[in-house]
Write a protein that binds this ligand. Structure first.
Ligand SMILES: *[C@@H]1O[C@H](CO)[C@@H](O)[C@H](O)[C@H]1NC(C)=O
Length: 340
């Protein structure tokens, strides 16, 4: 076929002299053109089909995301993400009677409503959700914020390692807390003294020496504008437990120091009925920002702050220090790292 084409292209005059050869060459060229046509048509068709189906998939995905696809094309469905699939199976099969400190239905509803709102602004950036604590609800939080970024923090390196093995797609970091629940009032007095320096409301905590600042997150965590922060860890049920003082202070600073993203940060504090949670929230998240208390979940909406302000709650009366056992707290003695 190739030689035939060449012959015709290079020597058109030879057609007269070599009759039969030229005829077969012409036939070969004709069949070549037919095949070419078939191929071109085939590829055009395939391209068109791909375009149409991908458009359909896109529009149905958009419709599904908007929650208004009942009248849509029933033949095209979006696959459930693996992590959401696994989460559904997990919650359907887990023995919940053995789980302690679960979220109540109303508490779940409060967090879910905020995550839904945070994810509803399709034109805007995805929702950034920071969670203190690896708990029974971890897979749920991760699934509810599927389109956003969710980062988990735990003081239990065993939990984090086990979690990484089972759910490598979920971002979880091990952070060491140097505080103890029994030091809560000493640390509060210290933080109030340092309001204009190490413990100020607007700062980059990566470089902070404040004892309540968490600064061993991966560096990028300090550059994210967190939209929702949930404090459900670390452990705080014993005097020697790390408690949530640093988590609440850090949440307060993250909300005040935001440079982009949404103006307000929704901060949830679980076990809000406990002393540390209540006192530290009053001090660093402020009564005036309290949106609601649902069962034992406090919900705050905290705005950003001017860098020249050196009080967390400008509109609240300063909460007076409650009975601190030690009259002159010693800030120099670092707590021992042997936790529990
Ligand atoms: C669920 O956990 C509880 C408490 O640990 C236990 O008594 C019960 O037998 C468990 N149920 C099942 C079905 O495993």
């Amino acid at each position: 076929m190739k030689t035939g084409t060449k012959l015709i292209l290079l020597h058109p005059s030879s057609l007269h002299k070599q009759g039969s050869a030229a005829a077969s060459a012409a036939a070969a060229a004709a069949s070549y053109r037919v095949w070419l046509l078939v191929f071109v048509s085939f590829f055009t068709l395939v391209t068109l089909l791909t375009l149409i189906t991908s458009k359909e998939a896109l529009s149905s995905a958009a419709a599904a995301a908007a929650g208004n696809s009942p009248g849509g094309d029933k033949s095209v469905k979006v696959a459930l993400p693996d992590s959401v699939f696994d989460a559904l199976v997990h919650y359907a099969s887990v023995n919940t009677t053995a789980v302690t400190n679960r979220f109540s239905a109303s508490e779940l509803g409060a967090v879910a409503a905020v995550l839904r709102r945070c994810n509803a602004n399709k034109g805007k950036k995805p929702c950034n959700f920071l969670v203190f604590g690896l708990t029974h609800e971890t897979l749920l939080w991760s699934s509810l914020n599927y389109n956003g970024r969710t980062v988990f923090v735990s003081d239990n390196d065993y939990f984090v390692r086990r979690h990484d093995e089972r759910h490598p797609e979920i971002e979880a970091y091990d952070v060491q807390f140097t505080t103890k629940v029994r030091e809560m009032y000493e640390l509060l007095a210290y933080a109030k003294e340092q309001l204009k320096s190490d413990c100020r409301p607007v700062q980059n905590l990566l470089f902070s020496d404040c004892k309540l600042a968490i600064n061993d997150f991966p560096n990028y965590v300090y550059d994210v504008d967190w939209d929702v922060i949930l404090v459900d860890g670390p452990y705080g049920f014993a005097p020697t437990a790390p408690g949530r003082m640093a988590a609440i202070f850090t949440a307060g600073v993250f909300a005040r120091s935001k440079r982009g993203g949404r103006d307000k940060t929704d901060v949830f504090i679980h076990e809000f009925d406990r002393e540390v949670e209540r006192v530290y929230s009053d001090e660093f998240l402020c009564r005036e920002n309290l949106v609601q208390v649902v069962d034992t979940l406090g919900h705050f909406s905290v705005g950003r702050m001017d860098a020249q302000r050196f009080e967390f709650c400008p509109n609240s009366d300063s909460i007076s220090l409650q009975s601190s056992s030690s009259s002159s707290p010693s800030y120099s003695s670092k707590p021992s790292s042997s936790d529990n």
